[in-house]
Design a binder for this molecule. Sequence first.
Ligand SMILES: [Fe+2]
Length: 284
Amino acid sequence: MSRIVGGIGISHTPSMGTEFDRGMREGFSPAWQVWFDGTRPVKAWLAAMRPDQIVVIYNDHLNLFEFDAYPTLAIGVAERFAQADEGWGKRPLPDLPGDTAFGWHVTESLIQQEFDLTVCQEMAIDHGIYSWLPYVADAPWPAPILPIAANMIRQPLPSSQRLWKLGRALRTAIEAFPGDQRVVVISTGGMSHQISGARFGIANIDLDRFFLEHLHRDPDRLLRIPQKELMRLGGTEAAELSIWFAMRGALSDRIAQIYTFHTFPQITGCGVAVYEEPNQTSAD
Ligand SMILES: [Fe+2]
């Protein structure tokens, strides 16, 4: 039987990725240095957990799916996932490795649990994963990655409660996978920000910090906030915080909060939270 050893919630933004590349070349700007430094403990924790599989629930930003056919939930099952070119060329990072045995197992289990995901055997991955990944792991990537995409672009969006339940179903699927694999579940969504319309540029650092404060012990309080209220308070793209519930829903209530961090380098609140299941440390 396999098991979830811990989870991470983390922001993503296009600039987080391009600033990583610039930072590695010529040093980080002061604002992005804060984020880079803030992710060092996350990188150390992930390495110590020695995951055999990493599940990432993220959202695409019209770099893979198009409005003509936008799946609410989609899963990638392939031996590798290429990086999407978002218009500025591909960054110097390798494809993501995939494990098709694990991917098909999770797909079948989720469908049996009434989550009818669109299965993608080719899946170009945008900054939803590539922007934060090099902050928390070095290439070659430490484990196969199973990407699950949640629609955060086209209304109607899957609700926070639905994404929480996806996390619960994901836990059931992982625990039924043979082989005693250690699995880390990561959810990624931008914190407060808005990149269109009259409210372009608004953000709400208080909302971000409230979210980080309550996700560990009182996620129900966050789940009660309507998605539209998240968007009103934090900007339309703050809806992506809903994705974090998939990770939290996959974890037990016995988790320890290992780390949280928040900063605001540019346009989007950048935060991260790390949780660990009991008795799952690297020595286990
Ligand atoms: Fe996003």
